[in-house]
Design a protein around this ligand. Structure first.
Ligand code: ADP
Ligand code: ZN
Length: 613
């Protein structure tokens, strides 16, 4: 191409993919979506987190004449998104309340002069009559409505402003629109189509599988030790999120992790806004930060290199679990979702469901969602299949990258132990919680035992063959499988259900997951599945550290997060391919013309220095 003016209006999507973004091929539906928009048609895109939604509007915006307008509710992230585009050589800007008047004016005049390729706006800004007039005077290539599920009144991300975005269709009928979301459920999808006036748009629905996330769900024995072991043996120096249910547990866990030498920061709604903003910023900008958070930390954390999400408490539904774990591994690199759960979670959440405000119907639904979550914890078959089935997607085969696939759980004939537990509950009148029932089984001499004269019942001390922890695991499984129920209206008393009858009569055997004797060996599956390329040899370590240090320095000089310079995947490819010149550098995924120009030589020099020594 010699004439740059025609070049900017006629570049093909493939050319832009390769030269601007440095990638060699499209993923999934990307190519079709991009073509639909380039042709001037509308699209509705459902793709999981990390699926590659951004390119679906960025490339057509560059391929079509005019400026692409991206509507996003996440003002805090606009700057990083724009920085990343600029690093790739794209003329991108954002307009929001954080800009000074002169800055905003400058951007507006550049838009009118046709100098911008992408402009990010918050919905409230877009809907101001002033902005709509501005856009009417500019040349617009497309509208991209990101996080489109914000139009849904059912979800917890609802934004009233989003409802008015249907006006775009009326005011700019000739400009193609694309709405994008990572929310999987059917109801939200239908709502987006109706409310945004996209019924005639082409719908692109991707698989919601996240194959690079390894799902692991483990019984909670000693949560702190289990977490520590996980972090030390698998996640040294990695960024991740640890979710806890309560603010106080967030605080204590963060403090404890700091004492163990981790760069851990608390995040919950009770902290001052400035502290929250600071912790979020450090999570995005620094490397290897662990945020310990309540679910208040979530939407808008679109950091690509979150290597793990650990839950120390049970999420209250599969939807919540999937959304929270989905924040790991957006860059497609191996990531781990670790959930520790125990009897106390089952009891606490049953209680919360029973005590929650709202109608009986609402409580019943909450209870059902919780049961589905508990079922996922206790299944002995592939977790990913069960998860996707919940979202009405059927996997053809077991995944090979979840704990049950990697280490099929052993089961044991627990009929006798279950009978002992059931009789003990029955003999003590179905009036006591798990702790006391287990005390009676194990023949403990506590005040409560003496108060109720439970040394006298026939089941006193018949369970000394198992530890209290083992009895808790059995109890938990029996609750989850519906043999026992926890009566939240009566001090969480354990009660028998109809299912117990055949077991007590010895008509039916009962198999449970084998009880781990110590903390389960959580460390092992990782390295076998997809972790091979993630595991560094001792030889590679110094170069890897040096590459990361260089990336950090370049990022700091520019005041951007490290991933704006290069993603981990790009550094990893550099580590194994060891490019020696600019051509070889350009062949690395994630390096386009502009990044080569900006950072190529610094990295080539580093690699050459290492090759010599
Ligand atoms: P989403 O918005 O759907 O969560 P992103 O657009 O942030 O996903 O993309 C996730 C990651 O995948 C990013 O690191 C992006 O650069 C990368 N990516 C997207 N499309 C491709 C592609 N065709 N080839 C290689 N990497 C890609
Ligand atoms: Zn599996």
């Amino acid at each position: 191409m010699t004439d740059s003016a025609t070049a900017t209006t006629s570049l093909s999507p493939e050319y832009i993919l390769e030269h601007t973004f440095g990638y060699s091929g499209f993923r999934g539906d990307q190519e079709d979506i991009i073509q639909t928009l380039v042709d001037g048609n509308d699209a509705l895109v459902l793709m999981p987190t990390g699926g590659g939604k951004s390119l679906c509007y960025q490339i057509p915006a560059l391929a079509r004449p005019g400026c692409g307008v991206v509507i996003s509710p996440l003002i805090a992230l606009m700057q990083d998104q724009v920085e990343a585009l600029r690093a790739a050589g794209v003329a991108a800007e954002f307009l929001n309340s954080s800009l000074a008047f002169e800055q905003a004016q400058d951007i507006e005049s550049r838009l009118l002069r046709g100098e911008l390729e992408l402009l990010y706006l918050a919905p409230e800004r877009l809907l101001q009559p002033r902005t709509l007039d501005l856009l009417a005077r500019a040349d617009i290539s497309l509208f991209a409505i990101d996080e489109a599920h914000c139009v849904s009144q059912w979800g917890h991300d609802f934004r009233a402003d989003y409802l008015q975005l249907s006006c775009l269709h009326q005011r700019f009928p000739q400009v193609p629109r694309v709405a994008l979301t990572a929310t999987a459920d059917q109801r939200t999808r239908r709502e987006i189509a109706t409310r945004l006036d996209l019924e005639n748009a082409r719908h692109f629905v991707s698989s919601f599988d996240r194959p690079n996330i390894q799902y692991r769900i483990t019984a909670k024995s000693n949560p702190k030790r289990q977490l520590l072991q996980f972090l030390q043996s698998e996640q040294q120096g990695n960024a991740g999120v640890v979710y806890c249910l309560s603010r106080s547990k967030v605080e204590s866990t963060a403090t404890w992790l700091q004492e163990q030498g981790f760069n851990a920061l608390p995040y919950h709604a009770g902290l001052p806004a400035t502290v929250r903003a600071d912790h979020q910023r450090r999570f995005l900008r620094e490397e290897g930060v662990i945020v310990v958070a309540t679910i208040a930390f979530g939407m808008g954390i679109d950091k690509p290199d979150v290597r793990f999400v650990a839950h120390l408490d049970l999420p209250k539904s599969i939807e919540a679990y999937y959304q929270e774990t989905g924040r790991a591994g957006r860059d497609g690199e191996p990531a781990t979702a670790l959930l520790l759960y125990g009897l106390e979670d089952v009891v606490k959440l049953s209680q919360m469901a029973a005590m929650s405000e709202g109608s009986e119907e609402h409580k019943r639904q909450e209870r059902q969602r919780l049961d589905a979550m508990l079922g996922l914890c206790e299944i002995t078959s592939c977790r990913r299949r069960a998860l996707l089935r919940y979202f009405e997607e059927e996997l053809a085969a077991d995944c090979g990258n979840c704990d049950t696939c990697l280490e099929p759980p052993a089961t044991w004939d627990a009929s006798e132990a279950a009978r002992k537990l059931m009789s003990c509950i029955y003999r003590t009148g179905q009036r006591f919680g798990a702790a006391h029932v287990i005390d009676v089984l194990r023949g403990a001499d506590t005040e409560k035992v003496r108060q109720f004269e439970h040394q006298q019942v026939s089941t006193y001390g018949i369970g000394t063959d198992l530890s209290a922890n083992e009895w808790r695991a059995i109890t938990r499984q029996l609750v989850v499988q519906g043999y026992l129920r926890v009566n939240a209206e009566a001090f969480n008393a354990l009660q028998l259900t109809e299912l117990c009858r055949p077991v007590l009569r010895e008509e039916e055997p009962l198999f449970l997951r084998t009880l781990p004797k110590q903390a389960p060996k959580a460390a092992r599956p990782q390295s076998r599945a997809r972790g091979a390329e993630q595991e560094l040899t001792a030889e590679d370590q110094p170069l890897w550290d040096a590459l990361r240090a260089l990336r950090k320095r370049l990022a700091e000089e520019r005041g951007v997060p490290p991933y704006v310079v290069f993603h981990d995947a790009t550094l990893r490819e550099m580590l194994s391919a060891r490019p020696r010149n600019r051509d070889e550098m350009l062949a690395i995924s994630g390096i386009g013309d502009s990044k080569l120009e900006r950072f190529g030589d610094d990295f080539l020099k580093l690699l050459a220095d290492f090759a010599e020594s």
